[in-house]
Design a protein around this ligand. Structure first.
Ligand code: 6CS
Length: 316
């Protein structure tokens, strides 16, 4: 069998690291009966197009980031809201791999002919721009590129910015041509997509982590033998801490690469500066609830509750 695995990111990315490790574990454990073919970003289409390919069975496995997928499943927009997940990455890892959180999303994926396999954090989102972004005042009229789901646009309107949703592949040329003033992504992506070359300052507000979800086609998964289904889930379970360590390492190393090259300033917001954004972000939860309805409320309540409990447990 051949399983086609499509990425929303290029070679050398966090998603690529995941896919390559997944491939080697699956191929080893099936004694070569299964071959996993990895398709990096650019070979098959934009994130939304990859989701369509999964839905119609043209590929078997793909990453689907909430920043794009919330178009089809508004509830996953929760992962793009600011200041909802914890500031402690260990807390987030525990919450995101919680079977109850999974169970909440699974029927929504199934309704879209998808099966949710994994939810992974890829690191802190960082703002890149032609200037530091220390307060909503700095965002006034600032043209920021966001991923394509409507809820993301709202997050930046709340800061007074002028958001432009576009596919990932158009970000570099947008910066180069001056159609946008900035964008937001984890550091590893800012480095490997060369966005920093067109920008002067990286601002870290630790307002959200970049979260990706991994999905398969639902029919495809249901038609696999029980043994294969269990294999996939076992490999997935065993990769939770592996990929988390990898993403931390990638983000740390690539920040060093960017700073070593010179010409890019790194700004970390103070607690006081973050507080202003935290306040400004609160109303966006209401817009999320309008878009995601009752299920969205359940998702928001569950995640906030789990974050709180995990933070208390880890503080003990
Ligand atoms: O900004 C984006 O659109 C993309 N960023 C990353 C880090 N992964 C996939 C996503 O599509």
């Amino acid at each position: 069998d051949t399983w086609r695995f499509a990425l929303e990111e290029v070679e050398g990315s966090v998603q690529d690291a995941y896919a390559q490790e997944f491939k080697s574990r699956i191929e080893e454990r099936t004694d070569g009966e299964v071959t996993v073919e990895v398709y990096p970003y650019g070979t098959l289409g934009t994130s939304s197009q990859l989701t369509e390919l999964l839905q119609n069975g043209a590929i078997e496995i793909a990453f689907a980031s909430p920043g794009h997928l919330a178009d089809a499943i508004p509830e996953v927009g929760i992962f793009t809201l600011h200041f909802v997940l914890s500031e402690d990455p260990d807390v987030n890892r525990a919450v995101l791999s919680d079977p109850e959180v999974y169970g909440l999303f699974q029927p929504m994926y199934n309704d879209q002919d998808l099966r949710l396999l994994d939810i992974i954090p890829e690191g802190w989102m960082v703002w890149s721009g032609d200037k530091a972004l220390r307060s909503p005042k700095d965002f006034e009229g600032f043209k920021i590129r966001t991923m394509t789901s409507p809820i993301l646009v709202e997050s930046y309107k709340a800061y007074g910015a002028n958001p432009t949703p576009t596919p990932y592949s158009e970000v570099y040329s947008g910066l180069q041509l001056g159609q946008i003033d900035g964008q937001v992504n984890p550091i590893f992506a800012i480095e490997e997509m060369s966005f920093y070359e067109e920008q002067d300052v990286l601002t870290s507000a630790r307002h959200a982590q970049f979260i990706a979800t991994l999905a398969t086609g639902n029919n495809w998964f249901n038609n696999l033998s029980e043994e294969r289904q269990e294999l996939i889930e076992d490999v997935r379970d065993n990769m939770v801490s592996w990929i988390d360590e990898k993403q931390r390492e990638y983000n740390e190393d690539r920040l060093q690469t960017i700073l070593d090259e010179g010409g890019t300033e790194w700004v970390e917001l103070t607690e006081e500066e973050r507080e202003v954004f935290r306040e400004a972000s609160k109303d966006v939860r209401q817009i999320y609830l309008e878009q995601a309805g009752e299920k969205g409320q359940e998702v928001l309540d569950t995640i906030l509750e789990k974050v709180k409990t995990a933070e208390e447990e880890m503080a003990d």
